[in-house]
Design a protein around this ligand. Structure first.
Ligand code: MN
Length: 233
């Protein structure tokens, strides 16, 4: 096939213990999936159906990168999250089979222009400009299920310049990973290469240029980024 302009490169994420990479098709994010975070966002943490938003595949950022402070925000937030990498296509996936569709797990940061997100929320507008901006999805190397199985618990944490800001356990997810896979697959056909960011625990907050941000999930991995100065061109 020939194209009228150069086709975009395939976005990808490193795979732990391998020189091969995981190709990213799209990034699906779960909103409010830990009770304490739902409360800090001013919402009732009852177990209402999960809701989703997305980021483009090319928002992924490599571990240890410098992420420039993005435009149009004065409240640039971190959200540390368990990441699920989908390895097979599936529609209407049975709960008992959900794990069969998972290639691996990682840890990532759902970077958020919180002022734009909250303004959109209040005005009933889409969240995209608060969530789906350039370089908004740093993700650590993926640990394949063949190496770590399907983790059900483990400390999830994030620090800024060494001070802990988020500290919880993935066992506290309101909707479990298999439930999220099943529910998402009832609404869209999940495809190999899809990434699911499963929601953040409490303690989200603002970052500024020069901040060194580290996070991790016990048994899965760690992610670190530095916040850089805004890009000028
Ligand atoms: Mn999030």
């Amino acid at each position: 096939m020939r194209f009228v302009i150069a086709p975009p490169l395939i976005s990808s994420i490193a795979v732990a213990g391998s020189t091969e990479r995981f190709p990213v098709r799209r990034i699906i994010c779960v909103g409010r999936n830990y009770e304490a975070h739902a409360r800090e966002m001013g919402r009732d943490p009852t177990r209402e159906a999960p809701f989703f938003f997305t980021k483009p595949a090319d928002t992924v950022v490599e571990n240890k990168a410098t992420v420039p402070y993005p435009p149009d925000t004065k409240n640039f937030h971190h959200e540390i999250e368990l990441v699920v990498a989908i390895g097979r296509d599936g529609f209407n996936i049975a709960l008992a089979r959900a794990c069969d569709y998972i290639y691996g797990y990682s840890v990532g940061i759902d970077l958020t222009r919180r002022d734009l997100q909250l303004q959109a929320r209040e005005q009933g507008r889409p969240w995209d400009w608060g969530k789906a901006f350039d370089q908004s999805a740093p993700i650590a190397p993926i640990e394949p299920v063949s190496r770590i199985g399907h983790p059900k618990k483990g400390r999830i944490w994030l620090s800024i310049n060494g001070a802990i800001r988020q500290d919880a356990d993935i066992a506290d997810l309101i909707w479990s990973v298999p439930e999220i896979v099943t529910i998402a697959s009832q609404s869209i056909r999940l495809k190999a290469g899809d990434i699911i960011m499963t929601g953040t625990p409490a303690g989200v907050g603002a970052m500024t240029p020069g901040d060194h941000v580290e996070g991790g999930i016990d048994g899965i991995g760690t992610i670190e980024i530095t916040i850089g100065e805004p890009e000028k061109t």
